[in-house]
Design a protein around this ligand. Structure first.
Ligand code: HEC
Ligand code: HEC
Length: 339
């Protein structure tokens, strides 16, 4: 196993050690056949790009108000989400849809609930220019950065060019986002052979998660992010939210109300659930999923077992040292929070 992150080396040794000891003592079966795989450590990202991307991630001057940063709606202290039903945008506008977590989002086949952005780079340009989110323009964002000498110097150092373009901005943000991986959840430890990493109830929950059919859609290392699926396969889903899902992108009627299957990694932290944020608790989300996707009504005990399993998917959260942002210069546009 490649290990790109030196700070995790001792921990990984410990885990690998535990795996081999457990395998020797208990004859632990290889779990290659499971529909869920452990999450691997962040792939190699350019560290200088990621460091610059981290500053941009936290910089509210990329918004018209000078107050909203990526972290406002994807708070890395709260599982990379805002824990609101739908997000609050510029001028306290009510957002149209629930903010998905950015943790492990590099593992998804596409970005946004309807998959309209192919990858993180393409996605990162969206919120800056979205009038309902950061309400800026790409030109103003680039002008802002060019007015700050320390940013100019850092972009030049990282990209080797004087251009400082929006493409460089989104490349750096995407590099930072690729570091936001949460490995070594208790469930991953179990997948790797540590039988004691999850308890009996959590194991029952996983078995039911498989036998009931949840894994048909929530599979792979991210337990989601691998397909678009109808919300309300067996029974229609009732909501006031006007989002149409994949249909908005493809205009194919068969894909109306198909949404990207969200990851269940760290789902304990990313409430409320569904694209409309209608389910406040995991118990409610599991109940809804059982009924409308699978035609199953779980008993209170079964529901609690699945919820217990889902909570084993909380991984090690990225340790982010808060960046100190370079000061504005006299020519930097001043914030316009109220217009
Ligand atoms: C005002 C709140 C808000 C701000 C600010 C914001 N986002 Fe988002 N973000 C959202 C919402 C809401 C969605 C879902 C939109 C959709 O699917 O239509 C989203 C979706 C995403 C996704 C897709 C995740 C997935 O699994 O589909 C990523 C990645 C992301 N944002 C990154 C960023 C970055 C980078 C920034 C800063 C440049 C940013 N966001 C700023 C609210 C926000
Ligand atoms: C047919 C595919 C499918 C099946 C089967 C399925 N899901 Fe889902 N799941 C989805 C989709 C699509 C969403 C997002 C729907 C939306 O928000 O409109 C979702 C959302 C969720 C969420 C909310 C995640 C979030 O961050 O908002 C949870 C929790 C969840 N599913 C758990 C389960 C469980 C537990 C089962 C089995 C009982 C299950 N799902 C079965 C497709 C499926």
């Amino acid at each position: 196993m490649l290990n790109k992150n030196p700070s995790r080396v001792p921990l990984m040794r410990f885990v690998l050690g535990a795996v081999s000891v457990a395998a020797l003592l208990a004859g632990a079966p290889a779990r290659a056949a499971e529909p869920v795989q452990p999450i691997e450590l962040p792939k190699a990202v350019n560290p200088a790009q990621a460091e610059l991307g981290k500053k941009l991630w936290f910089d509210p001057r990329l918004s018209r108000s000078g107050f909203i940063s990526c972290n406002s709606c994807h708070n890395l202290s709260m599982g990379g989400s805002d824990n609101l039903k739908t997000s609050i945008g510029h001028n306290w506008q009510k957002g149209p849809i629930n903010s998905p977590t950015v943790l492990n989002s590099s593992l998804n086949m596409a970005q946004f609930w309807d998959g309209r952005a192919e990858d993180l780079r393409e996605q990162a340009g969206g919120p800056i220019a979205n009038p309902g989110e950061m309400a800026f323009t790409h030109e103003l964002a680039v002008d802002m950065l060019r007015s700050i000498p320390q940013y100019v110097a850092e972009f030049k150092q990282v990209f080797g060019s004087d251009k400082l373009s929006i493409a460089e901005v989104t490349t750096a943000i995407a590099a930072f986002e690729e570091t936001l991986i949460t490995p070594n959840a208790r469930f991953d430890q179990w997948l790797k052979g540590d039988m004691k990493a999850i308890n009996d109830q959590e194991l029952r929950g996983y078995q039911l998660f498989k036998s009931a059919g949840c894994v048909a859609c929530h599979n792979g290392p991210n337990l989601g992010g691998t397909s678009f699926q109808k919300m309300g396969l067996i029974e229609p889903y009732q909501t006031d939210n006007p989002a149409e899902g994949r249909y908005a992108v493809t205009k194919n009627d068969a894909e109306r109300f198909n949404f990207k299957v969200p990851t269940l990694r760290n789902v304990e932290l990313t409430y409320p659930y569904f694209h409309d944020g209608a389910a406040d608790t995991l118990a409610r989300a599991v109940d809804t999923m059982g009924r409308i996707q699978l035609g199953k009504t779980f008993s209170t005990q079964e529901n609690a077992d699945i919820v217990a399993f889902l909570k084993t998917l909380t991984g090690e959260q990225p340790r982010v040292v808060l960046p100190i942002l370079p000061p504005s210069s006299d020519t930097t546009q001043r914030p316009r929070p109220f217009d």
